[in-house]
Design a protein around this ligand. Structure first.
Ligand code: PLP
Length: 392
């Protein structure tokens, strides 16, 4: 696009991000480049450190289309791609942590991120400490001389706890601590951490960016050249890169992500409100509900919601919980989210919370509200809850 593009909104820039059709015979869709070898014109080109394309594992014209679009989306400096969201998370953490460092990481973190910290980082000699999601400015009390990274995820996994990102970033900046935020929930559309001073925004592009449950992909967007260079070195040393097909699906998903997320958000809120008044539901976890403990922070910092919510059923027998889950006809049991289909994933939070121990006895399930008719979904939940109620 031309220089005038700075004035354009993000949606407009995203639609026109990537290659210029005029550079490729007018083809509108992104040309999928598959390569390992990149041929150099001569020795001078090979030895020139400014030669941009060098090998398939590094920057390619295709990966560059994707990282340019993500940089636009997140308002960052530059980005790297990874084969999965977890690959993006581990590359970022390994790039910035050394043996003996202290990592502060939120308790409501995505489970596999916690598993990585408790296994790999601890074996590396990193001191891992989980903090409660509602800590805000009190994180200052947990900072030590060797604190190197504060790692956030907001909203957190399963219960969508919202963190006071500006308050945490302020403490981090005062203490020269790198901040990272798993921004998969907002996918750059509903929240842009870099605009709030976070150094690295990490994305599972498997979710809304792909948007169709047919590929694994991740990315990290860095705020400055300095943090980007450290991140890029980590990715190179680890051999982290992404496949061409998946990268292309990520580029394609970004063209329509804003409207998909807006629609998903409206549908999920409608279902959340219906569930909240149901007699068999003890609690609904959704940041746009006024009953959410950090609803005000969500309203202050976020531009909307996605299709996720969680429910806590009234305490009941295993049989009753099973009757509910197996009684659903439209919702499929499955991991991940951000696709077109409605999903249910059981959550076992006693295993995954340590800073704030999970005390609830009821069954917890995360729902992803897809693009089926919303009334059909509500009717499906209603009849499954009736089966649950019959066994109370
Ligand atoms: C799914 C998810 C990830 C991991 O992404 P993958 O692409 O599945 O590796 C990371 N963070 C959050 C919050 C997620 O929901």
């Amino acid at each position: 696009m031309s220089e005038k593009s700075d004035k354009l909104s993000r949606d407009t820039k995203l639609v026109h991000s990537g290659h210029k059709p005029s550079d490729y015979h007018g083809v509108v869709g992104t040309p999928v480049v598959r390569t390992s070898t990149i041929a150099y014109d001569d020795l001078a080109a090979y030895e020139n450190p400014d030669t941009k394309y060098r090998y398939g594992r590094f920057v390619t014209p295709l990966s560059e289309n994707f990282t340019d679009a993500l940089t636009t989306l997140e308002n960052g400096y530059n980005a790297v791609v990874a084969p999965s969201g977890l690959g993006a998370i581990t590359s970022a953490l390994l790039g910035f942590l050394n043996s003996g460092d202290h990592l502060l990481i939120v308790d409501t973190i995505y489970g596999p991120t916690r598993d990585f910290c408790d296994d790999v980082l601890i074996r590396m000699g990193v001191e891992v400490e989980y903090y409660p999601a509602n800590i805000g400015a009190d994180i200052a009390n947990k900072v030590k001389p060797n604190t190197a990274v504060i790692y956030m995820e907001s909203p957190g996994s399963a219960t969508f706890d919202i963190q006071d990102v500006p308050a945490i970033v302020k403490v981090a900046k005062e203490n020269d601590i790198i901040t990272m935020l798993d921004n998969s929930w907002a996918s750059g559309v509903l929240f842009r951490p870099i605009e709030h001073g976070v150094n690295l925004s990490i994305l599972s592009c498997t979710k809304y960016i792909n948007g169709h449950s047919d590929g694994m992909l991740g990315a990290v967007v860095a705020d400055t050249e300095k943090t980007f260079n450290i991140l890029n070195r980590s990715v190179r040393n680890l051999g982290v890169c992404a496949g061409s097909e998946e990268t292309n699906l990520g580029i394609r998903g970004l063209k329509t992500i804003s409207i998909r997320m807006k629609e998903a958000g409206e549908r999920a809120l409608k279902v959340a409100k219906w569930l909240e008044q149901h007699e068999h539901i003890q609690r609904v976890y959704h940041p746009a509900l006024p009953s959410h403990p950090a609803h005000d922070i969500w309203k202050r910092d976020f531009d909307g919601c996605n299709g996720l919510l969680s429910i806590l059923l009234k305490p009941a027998s295993k049989q009753a919980n099973k009757a509910f889950v197996d009684g659903l006809n439209i919702f499929v049991i499955g991991s991940s989210w951000g696709g077109y289909e409605s999903l249910l994933q059981p959550q076992y939070l006693k295993k995954y919370r340590t800073a704030e121990v999970w005390e609830e006895e009821g069954f917890v399930a995360r729902l992803q509200i897809g693009f089926e008719d919303t009334q059909d979904l509500i009717d499906d939940l209603d009849q499954a809850l009736e089966k649950f109620g019959a066994l109370l």
